[in-house]
Design a protein. Sequence first.
Length: 101
Amino acid sequence: MPMIREASQVHGMIMKTELYLDHVVKEALISTYANVGAIQLCEKAFEEVGTVSNRSIWSAFISGVSSHSLQRSIELLRGMFHQGLRPNEKCYASIVQEYGC
C-alpha cells in the first residue's frame, strides 16, 4: 500500500503542474500504477489522458491491465485499433503471456 500512496502523491503533483502534458510522464504514471497493482488508479490516469492517439500510452495501459483482466485488455486492444493505432511488442507480449501461449 505505501507504493500506491506514493504513486498517488506523484500523480497529484503531476496534475498540478504542466508535467501532465508530457506523454512520457503519462506513460510512466500508468505503468507505475499497473506495476503496483492499482488497476483502478491506472485506469483513472489513462482516462485523464483521454482517448489520445499515442501508441506508447495505450500499450502501457493494456500491458498493465492484461495481468489483472485479460477480457478488459482485449476490449482495450480493440479500442486501440479503433483509434488507428497498433500495439507495440511489449503490449502483444503481455497479452500472449496471459493467454499462456
